[in-house]
Design a protein around this ligand. Structure first.
Ligand code: ASP
Length: 304
């Protein structure tokens, strides 16, 4: 069985960007599916989908990542194989084009799971990833606007505490994620993000934390998005994957996880999950989350 599910981040996508966001996730799903059709692995397919979205400046990952309070780009990413529980992740990583590719190197070339900050960047250089500035002119403009608002005394999203984060106007959504299933039965989940706008330098979200933003088991894989502080406290990805392993349908498992988050913390999130039999689930409590799905014999299905 071959299947791909891709998301482009939960949040309030402006209506004017819906078409481009759906095209972006569909294109990423197609690129990943093509790899499966050429007998590629779920690992390669998942990485390809996430990289396609990291390279698309519309999304908040790789190029297009949002900025920290001090105007830098610190990115988080993780990739996990369900068959072996092999995993690699990077957090608060600066100066690379494709954090998901560095995360994969952490999995394949080290005995560790998660590298952060300067150490992650040094590792990336050792692995041959060139210095790259992912800040787009659009993000710089948005950052300058937010800085001006802070300077004028208007309270803004700063990452200082959750109440502040959730009460502030919405930053652009656009974290990206993919779960891929290949004919060998391997499931791979990957997620990549710039995090939340105006976060404190050093803030790490749910994306690179296994079980929070990204998780895969032999039964299923999941990628989450939304306010990371809420997703990590509820272990959204692990919760969803475990429920599928216990026999709950993927759609029901995703919905239950989101309902729990809504009931308890009330923060915004979305999740995609793919099971080993090719069934999938999509749930969110945010207004929008672009998603594309491809499985055998169907054209990409997209929803936002
Ligand atoms: N989950 C990401 C984070 O908190 C952000 C997002 O998905 O929009 O870092």
């Amino acid at each position: 069985m071959k299947a791909i599910i891709v998301h482009g981040g939960a949040g309030a996508w402006p209506l004017s960007e819906h078409r481009a966001a759906l095209d972006g996730v569909a294109k990423a799903a197609r690129a990943a599916y093509q790899i499966l059709e050429q007998d590629g692995t779920a690992l390669d397919a998942c990485q390809a989908a996430v990289m396609a979205l990291e390279d698309n400046p519309l999304f908040n990952a790789g190029a297009g990542s949002v900025l920290t309070l001090d105007g830098a780009c610190e990115m988080d990413a993780a990739i996990m194989r369900g068959s072996t529980f092999g995993a690699g992740a990077v957090a608060a990583l600066r100066g690379v084009k494709n954090p998901i590719a560095v995360a994969r190197k952490v999995m394949e070339e080290t005995d560790h799971v998660l590298l952060a900050g300067e150490g992650a960047e040094r590792f990336a250089r050792t692995m041959g990833f060139p210095d790259h500035d992912p800040v787009t002119p659009e993000r710089r403009r948005q950052w300058e606007h937010l800085r001006a608002e802070i300077a004028s005394g208007k309270p803004r999203r700063s990452g200082l505490n959750e109440r502040m984060l959730t009460s502030q106007p919405k930053a652009p959504p656009g974290t990206v994620g993919c779960v891929a299933l290949d004919p060998s039965g391997e499931i791979v989940a990957g997620t990549s993000t710039g995090g939340v706008f105006m976060k404190l330098p050093g803030r790490v979200g749910d994306t690179p934390l296994l079980g929070a933003g990204t998780y895969a088991s032999p039964d299923a894989g999941a990628s989450a998005t939304g306010l990371g502080e809420g997703v990590m406290k509820t272990l959204l990805a692990f919760r969803t994957v475990e429920a599928v392993g216990a026999g709950v349908s993927p759609q029901e498992a995703a919905q239950r996880a989101i309902d729990l988050l809504t009931r308890t913390l009330g923060t915004e999130a979305g999740i995609i999950v793919l099971a080993k039999d090719g069934r999938w689930g999509i749930a969110k409590n945010a207004s929008t989350m672009p998603v594309a799905v491809m499985t055998e014999g169907i054209e990409p299905q997209v929803t936002i």
